[in-house]
Design a protein around this ligand. Structure first.
Ligand code: ADP
Ligand code: MG
Length: 336
């Protein structure tokens, strides 16, 4: 438990700030920062609930903090933006020590520093049940250049940034063996994909600054779900070829049906899926190669009414918007 709220807030408050636009961070009724006429402002929020999105069996407090911030930065990346600030609300049940709570903040700070982000506020309350952490992230993007889901057009190619499936594979290992099992080095990389996902800010920035018409979504709920969101928002059909989906090098020894499930429905990879014209891809893929960021074509966009299809072994099937269920397979995945 937190002995003194104000003492606790003092401990998580950073001595130096990074963003030049910050006027007042933690310590008053609200944070104040300057906005610029060159940029649009971005803001998003995500919540992680103990027992739904994580347990002490799958994540250390440090990892929880890192991931709670990472999933929000990923949303900024999926708009093409630059993350700037974050705010954190924690509802703390009995049984969590102040040391553990400070570890959560250490995890956030580790990732936040990589992007020169400042923690500028939050709220601290008690919870009768599990720990709940809600993170809000602010970001910015050059005016009028946000990469929306509704920007897919028929004739576009569909692309994925990175390789899919590692996070879901890592979670299955954690649920089976727990945090402290003697994992192989490959297994450790799978665990890390689940526990410490890296948001794709650099890729998002390359897309946003390319000047091309690009639709973009981050892969939080699985490729099937995210592709359906693009198809619906753009009112087109997406046709994905299963064999073209880049699968994580570290899951290739697992049975194919598991690899398939993790890649399509696994989620939590926090990579990016999107669409752009063939000509744009020719131009952009060169830059991605130079920066060693993997960019792969997995299908094409056609005229349609918001559906996603997948071809596998020369058979075409509808790919439904179903996500993988982490802690209660087939029941509650924390969304309502
Ligand atoms: P108020 O009563 O005005 O809401 P609080 O006492 O809740 O202020 O918080 C004091 C300051 O500490 C505020 O700037 C608030 O944003 C910040 N703060 C409170 N809890 C947290 C937290 N868990 N993480 C980060 N900042 C926090
Ligand atoms: Mg308050």
């Amino acid at each position: 438990m937190i002995r003194d709220e104000f003492e606790f807030i003092n401990k998580i408050k950073s001595k130096e700030t990074q963003q030049p636009s910050l006027i007042k961070g933690i310590g008053d009724d609200a944070a104040v920062f300057k906005s610029s006429h060159m940029f649009d402002e971005l803001i998003c929020m995500d919540t992680m609930v103990e027992g739904v999105h994580f347990t002490k069996q799958t994540m250390t407090p440090f990892m929880l903090g890192f991931k709670a911030l990472a999933v929000n930065i990923s949303d900024i990346a999926a708009m093409g933006g630059i993350p700037t600030y974050y705010l954190v609300s924690i509802a703390v049940p009995k049984g969590w020590t102040e040391e553990e709570l400070l570890e959560i903040y250490a995890g956030m700070s580790k990732l936040g520093k990589q992007y020169s982000m400042d923690l500028i506020g939050g709220d601290t309350v008690s919870s009768p049940g599990g720990l709940i952490i809600t993170v809000t992230v602010c970001g910015k993007i050059e005016k009028g250049t946000s990469l929306y889901r509704h920007q897919a057009s028929s004739g576009d190619i569909i692309f994925v940034v990175g390789q899919l499936g590692a996070s879901a594979a890592g979670l299955e290992l954690l649920l089976k063996h727990g945090l402290t099992h003697n994992y192989s080095s490959t297994e450790k990389l799978l665990l890390e994909a689940h526990q410490l996902p890296m948001p794709q800010v650099a890729a998002g920035r390359l897309f946003a600054t390319s000047g091309e018409k690009i639709s973009l979504n981050d892969i939080s709920d699985g490729l099937a779900s995210e592709a359906n969101e693009i198809a619906e928002a753009s009112n087109v059909d997406l046709l994905i070829e299963f064999e073209k989906i880049p699968r994580s090098d570290y899951i290739k020894d697992f049975p194919l049906d598991e690899q398939r499930r993790w890649c399509l429905f696994g989620g939590e990879d926090y990579l990016l899926v999107g669409t752009m014209s063939q000509a744009a891809f020719q131009k952009i893929s060169e830059t991605f190669r130079e920066k060693a960021i993997m960019l792969t074509i997995i299908g094409e966009v056609t005229i349609g009414s918001g559906d996603v299809y997948i071809t596998e072994n020369n058979k075409k099937k509808k790919l439904l918007k179903q996500g993988f269920n982490h802690f209660n397979k087939g029941e509650d995945n924390g969304k309502i």
